[in-house]
Write a protein that binds this ligand. Structure first.
Ligand code: PMP
Length: 448
């Protein structure tokens, strides 16, 4: 339904406008190319639309200002790292104070007990540890699972994403084999030997695969969020829990993104019962940190190895992990943000976004779809896909890149992956309406 020649012409015009509008970012991009691999400090930053990345000057709440002085409604929020809103005042103060009082000492600090209790209260699991990133937390949890079960493999959902964890960079091929995810770098350890992959929303496939008895843990998001949002079908989450129990497989829920569903993520919102849970990104208000929790039973089974002399070389933990700085950041963030009252503001904004996008799609007669989970929303260029593979098949990089660039030039930042928008309490109805207006104009230009 989209005329590709028109899309190419529009993209060329937008690209020229982008370059004109961002001279300072262009100069910084050139300087960065000298000594930064790919011209950026982290490779995902090359995924932004435009011929170079915009450099950020400052960000506060739901707004971001670039080095050319242009202001944006920021619906990326650091790809969830700033889900509480940028520069949260409580976290800013607590982090500054903690830096001044010593950031890292390889010792617990005053905030640890509060953080453990708050995570337990929110997610309903009694025992917690910290990690630097959600990737790290997932790695540790998978190591524990293999240790506890003596089984070699981990199971994940087709087209999942859980960070740079080797075992999880796997998908199903057309003929049902476990193969490296397209784009995964290096000859990895052969994922066919480490990983079982099952389609989301398919209990029969999960049952068949777990019955082999070689899977230590099923690591999953309660709803897929990394290939657009794919919600669980009615009864699916309960079925997953029943099957993992029946086959002696530890159920690990990764709430790093689905914390958008509420203060205790989808786990609390939907009454899930994971054996282990991982959460990262947003909980430190921007300071790198993550946490993983577990049931009393898992904690009891891990208590021996956790106290062993060789725990420092056991493959879990890290020098800067659980630092006084991280704990202060988590305490300040969780005591002032991502609470019931914050979601009560952010979720209606996401609903307003979803209604605006759906209205524009309908008005232009496109077969597209918008999906929402809590304060996160995404749209696709197809009807709602039932699983990750269907969602992946509908990715249209050309169209996606154009829409992101069109929005950016008009002052709205979407996450550079998929068509993802995230809302914090500092956003306003006017911010949402700005996106609706810009998106509607884009559809008009595309279908004229
Ligand atoms: N889990 C999920 C569900 C994620 O979406 C991500 C990152 N997108 C991660 C884990 C990894 O987080 P990080 O990159 O901060 O390690």
């Amino acid at each position: 339904m989209i005329d590709r020649a028109r899309l190419t012409d529009l993209r060329r015009d937008e690209e020229a406008r982008f370059v004109d509008l961002h001279p300072r970012s262009a100069a910084l991009a050139e300087a960065q190319r000298v000594h930064l691999l790919a011209g950026v400090p982290m490779p995902w930053m090359t995924r932004w639309p435009g011929s170079f990345p915009v450099s950020v000057a400052s960000a506060r709440g739901g707004r971001l200002v670039d080095v050319d002085g242009l202001e944006y409604v920021d619906l990326c929020l650091g790809d969830t790292g700033a889900m509480a809103g940028h520069a949260l005042p409580a976290a800013t103060g607590a982090v500054a104070d903690r830096m001044a009082a010593g950031a890292t000492a390889m010792l617990p600090s005053e905030d640890g007990a509060w953080v453990g209790a708050e995570l337990a209260r929110r997610f309903g699991l009694p025992s917690w540890q910290l990690a630097i990133s959600a990737t790290d937390a997932n790695r540790f949890v998978l190591r524990f699972a293999r240790h506890l079960t003596g089984r070699p493999r981990v199971a994940v959902m087709d087209w999942c994403y859980h960070g740079t964890v080797d075992e999880t960079l796997a998908v199903l091929s057309d003929d049902g084999r476990v193969v490296p995810r397209p784009g995964a770098l290096g000859p990895q350890a052969d994922v066919a030997t480490t990983t079982a992959v099952v389609p989301f929303n398919d209990l029969d496939a999960l049952d068949r695969r777990l019955a082999d008895g070689d899977v230590a843990a099923l690591l999953m998001e309660p709803a897929l969020t990394n290939i657009g949002i794919v919600l669980p079908a009615p009864g699916y989450s309960e079925g997953v829990r029943e099957l993992t129990r029946r086959h002696g497989v530890l159920l690990v829920i990764d709430e790093t993104h689905t914390m958008c569903a509420g203060p205790g993520g989808a786990t609390a919102a939907w009454g899930l019962e994971p054996d282990l849970l991982v959460v990262g990104k947003a909980i430190g208000g921007g300071i790198p940190c993550a946490a993983y929790g577990m049931t009393a039973e898992v904690a009891e089974r891990l208590s021996g190895p956790m106290l062993g002399h060789d725990i420092d070389v056991a493959g879990v933990g890290g020098t800067l992990t659980g630092s006084a700085l991280a704990l202060a950041a988590i305490r300040a963030t969780l005591s002032s943000a991502l609470r019931e009252e914050d979601f009560a503001v952010a979720v209606p904004l996401a609903e307003r976004f979803t209604a605006g996008v759906a209205g524009a799609i309908d008005a232009h007669g496109l077969p597209w779809h918008v999906q929402r989970l809590g304060c996160r929303a995404e749209y696709w260029f197809c009807p709602p896909p039932p699983d990750g593979a269907a969602a992946a098949a509908a990715v249209d990089e050309e169209l996606e890149g154009f829409l992101h660039l069109w929005c950016l030039i008009r002052g709205v930042l979407l996450t550079p992956f998929h068509n993802r928008a995230l809302f914090c309490p500092a956003h306003t109805g006017a911010d949402v309406d700005r996106h609706t207006e810009v998106f509607t104009e884009a559809l008009a230009a595309l279908t004229r």
